[in-house]
Design a protein around this ligand. Structure first.
Ligand code: 5GP
Length: 235
């Protein structure tokens, strides 16, 4: 297979169909814009299985997305997209950079969800941006941005319920969107996994996400395995 692109956590290969790509999840964990790095055996399998499961749930609820099907424990097929260089973060509970930036305690439930946009640019460290910056840099049209906002809210509603049903609080998460190479349709893309979400046990507040690696809180694959087991019950 011809390698199209290798990122921090995934390799993307071309297929015979120009509209379909083959994604292979790697065992690499990175944090703080690549400053912290480790190879954690089993992580690729867990992220692939968890993200596939989440995209299946979202497809069932008619959220248009790039996922085609899971191929193996570490591989999946997706529709080829042009990624919109905006990281869309949705927050339900204070944590991470929100808590740091505004001097807040972590763990406070927000009155209503917050949506933030970050410019996807490693060299600049993914800076926080707003609608006006997005328009100025022509990262997305206002129509696309409206659709992205609505889709992000919809994903939040769906996933908050899915995780709540298995005793987990969806604290925050990051989404990426793209336009299909085939017809330009805006779709949810990339991955939705414990690498891109904060997930806390509702009772104990145990973390089931990449903060375990970022903050040296334990064995990441072990924690992701526990999350996968809980998700296996979700229809
Ligand atoms: P924060 O802005 O608090 O660091 O992150 C908010 C949420 O978005 C967290 O769930 C975090 O995992 C996710 N997130 C933000 N930026 C990135 C990123 O560049 N990579 C990944 N994997 N997740 C991100």
């Amino acid at each position: 297979m011809q390698l199209l692109y290798e990122g921090k956590a995934k390799k993307i290969f071309l297929t015979d169909d120009p509209d379909i790509l083959h994604v292979q999840y790697k065992d690499h964990a990175t944090a703080f814009n690549g400053e912290k790095f480790a190879v954690l055996p089993g992580k690729g399998r867990l992220n692939n299985l968890i993200s596939s499961k989440i995209f299946e749930v979202l497809s069932e609820k008619n959220v248009t997305n790039h996922f085609v099907k899971s191929l193996s424990e570490t591989e999946q097929l997706v529709k080829a997209v042009d990624i919109i260089p905006i990281e869309v973060v949705v927050r339900n509970v204070t944590a991470g950079s929100l808590a740091k930036r505004l001097g807040l305690e972590e763990g406070e439930t927000l009155k209503s969800p917050i949506i933030e946009f970050y410019y996807k640019n490693d060299e600049l460290g993914d800076p926080l941006i707003n609608d006006d910056h997005i328009a100025m840099m022509e990262l997305a049209t206002s129509r696309q941005l409206n659709a992205i906002r609505l889709a992000a809210q919809e994903v939040n509603t769906i996933l908050t319920r899915v995780f709540d049903d298995i005793g987990i609080m969806l604290v925050d998460f990051k989404l990426e969107f793209g336009t299909l190479k085939s017809n330009g349709e805006l779709v949810l893309a990339d991955e939705v996994s414990p690498d891109t979400c904060r997930l806390w046990d509702k009772e104990t507040r145990e973390k089931f996400d990449k903060d375990v690696f970022r903050r040296d809180l334990g064995d990441l694959p072990e924690v992701y395995e526990k999350l996968l087991r809980r998700l296996e019950g979700v229809k």
